[in-house]
Design a protein around this ligand. Structure first.
Ligand code: SF4
Ligand code: SF4
Length: 327
């Protein structure tokens, strides 16, 4: 009997009948384009507004309702997320202020870092990042990273971990809104997006483009300061900015030789090899295996918690060591 078969049975046993009744026929991996060799934009699948009527909307609503019932503190936190509390509040100034892209970029970073963000990066918006059916006139995206407390994260898959994740998303939403308000005050457009309910785009490709780090085997970014112990928010804007470079320091190769998240994942959702997804070969987490377990266990998060990069103080040391070795 293979490990995967055993894990498959474990997964079956873990899923409640209530959830099973809501799992749609269509595979989330198909929606995500697993195995597709042609490039295309992502399709809405999960953590997307249920009003968009994507096939997993009912399951997503069930997960949020269950979490709010079992961990009541997250009910209020949910109310500030997903566009409901993340809209900019400032009026756009009638005439745009003038400055150089370098100065605007510096000021944007100062504002973000003084408003709860721990990381800030800037990238040129690419249409290919947007979910199909969405558009934006904004040429720039400012991505924000919010550090999580590893002590709470390490309690995954218990409620404490989910509360810390929600706290980080709330901080990110507030930071994005504060930055958008400031940009509007300079006379430019700005649209804040807070996680986890994605707005127009999944934020990971933009975060990698603006230097947050590399995609890990567990499907999250590995950053040279925080490992995978952070969450994302962003602001789309037409304020003239300068892009930041990508930051590769050996995390991708490290993942090839590390199996910690693979072995820790109860439903065996993390593959030991990269896979073709919408024309790109990359690390990919099996949606159909992860999501049901994730839903039953307060957003799980075991893979991020166990990742060695996420432990306090480890990422900077490891990044320096790998960078030295590659020279
Ligand atoms: S646990 Fe290991 S394999 Fe998984 S993402 Fe972290 S470094 Fe990569
Ligand atoms: S969140 Fe949990 S179920 Fe999903 S990939 Fe990570 S460890 Fe596996």
């Amino acid at each position: 009997m293979t490990g995967r078969t055993v894990q498959g049975r474990v997964l079956e046993a873990l899923i409640s009948d209530e959830q099973r009744a809501l799992i749609p026929e269509v595979s989330g991996n198909s929606i995500n384009g697993l195995g597709e060799t042609e490039r295309r934009r992502p399709s809405p699948v999960y953590w997307h507004p249920p009003s968009q009527k994507h096939p997993y909307a009912a399951l997503q609503t069930w997960m949020i309702t269950k979490s709010s019932r079992e961990v009541p503190v997250t009910a209020d936190m949910n109310n500030t997320l997903g566009g409901r509390g993340s809209k900019a509040r400032a009026e756009k100034a009638p005439a745009p202020a003038r400055d150089t892209p370098e100065n605007w970029s510096r000021r944007v970073k100062e504002i973000a870092l003084s408003n709860e963000a721990d990381l800030v990066g800037i990238a040129q918006t690419k249409k290919e990042w947007l979910f199909e059916g969405y558009d934006t006139p904004a040429p720039w995206i400012v991505v924000l990273g919010i550090e999580m407390t590893h002590e709470d994260l390490a309690k995954a898959p218990e409620p404490e971990s989910m509360v810390e994740v929600m706290r980080a998303y709330n901080r990110g939403t507030r930071a994005a809104r504060a930055l958008a308000d400031w940009i509007l005050g300079q006379g430019y457009d700005a649209e804040p997006e807070g996680g986890p309910i994605a707005g127009k785009l999944p934020m990971i490709p933009a975060a990698i483009a603006c230097g947050f780090g590399e995609l890990g085997k567990h499907g999250s970014i590995i950053n040279r300061r925080f490992g995978s112990s952070f969450r994302l928010a962003c602001v789309l804007t037409d304020l003239p900015l300068r892009p930041d470079p990508e930051d590769a320091f050996g995390a991708d190769e490290f993942c090839t030789n590390c199996r910690l998240c693979e072995q820790a994942c109860p439903p065996d959702a993390i593959a030991d090899h990269k896979q073709m997804v919408r024309g790109e070969t990359k690390w990919y987490v099996d949606f159909d295996r992860c999501v049901p377990y994730f839903n039953e266990t307060y957003g799980c998060g075991l893979c991020i918690a166990i990742c060695p990069w996420s432990r306090p103080g480890v990422a900077p040391r490891l990044a320096r060591k790998l960078t030295r070795r590659s020279k």
